[in-house]
Design a protein around this ligand. Structure first.
Ligand SMILES: Cc1cc2nc3c(=O)[nH]c(=O)nc-3n(C[C@H](O)[C@H](O)[C@H](O)COP(=O)(O)O)c2cc1C
Length: 135
């Protein structure tokens, strides 16, 4: 099974989760500035909400996908505890790329909110979540 991990981060929170997921499935976590180089069965795609949307870089990455992606597994960190699913869902539908119903989401530190998150527990949960896709 071919797996890729792509993420976008400004402050490092989503990167932490991306690296936990990538480590668990045995691939390298790369940023969305690196396009997919070939077909994949599973693409773990990480983002966080910024002013009620995902970053333009995430949108551009999805729009630019020109290989076959079996399904996307969304993961995110946020202040509101809401995932970025609804923001990426529409973009993926336009590309006819399936979005898995399973997703991983956890708090991400933002000013005085969620200090220290994602923490060790979040990292462990993310790795456990990812392992389910390869076991
Ligand atoms: C400018 C800015 C806007 C944000 N807007 C939202 C938002 O609309 N909803 C939300 O839940 N979190 C929001 N956040 C919090 C981030 O999504 C959260 O801190 C996330 O973990 C950041 O991930 P990163 O460190 O990978 O960039 C915002 C943070 C910043 C700095």
């Amino acid at each position: 099974m071919k797996i890729a991990v792509r993420y976008y981060t400004r402050g490092g929170n989503t990167k932490k989760i991306a690296e936990a997921i990538a480590g668990a499935v045995g691939v390298e976590a790369k940023t969305v500035s690196e396009p997919l180089s070939g077909d994949v069965d599973i693409l773990f795609l990480g983002s966080s909400p910024y002013a009620f949307d995902v970053a333009d870089e995430v949108k551009a990455f999805i729009k630019g996908i020109n290989v076959r992606v079996g399904k996307v597994v969304n993961f995110s960190t946020s202040a509101s505890l809401r995932s970025t699913r609804k923001y990426v869902e529409k973009l993926l539908a336009e590309k006819r790329i399936p979005l898995a119903k399973e997703e991983f989401s956890c708090p991400g530190s933002f000013t005085i909110l969620h200090r220290g998150r994602p923490d060790e527990g979040d990292v462990k949960s993310a790795a456990e979540f990812a392992k389910k896709f390869v076991s």
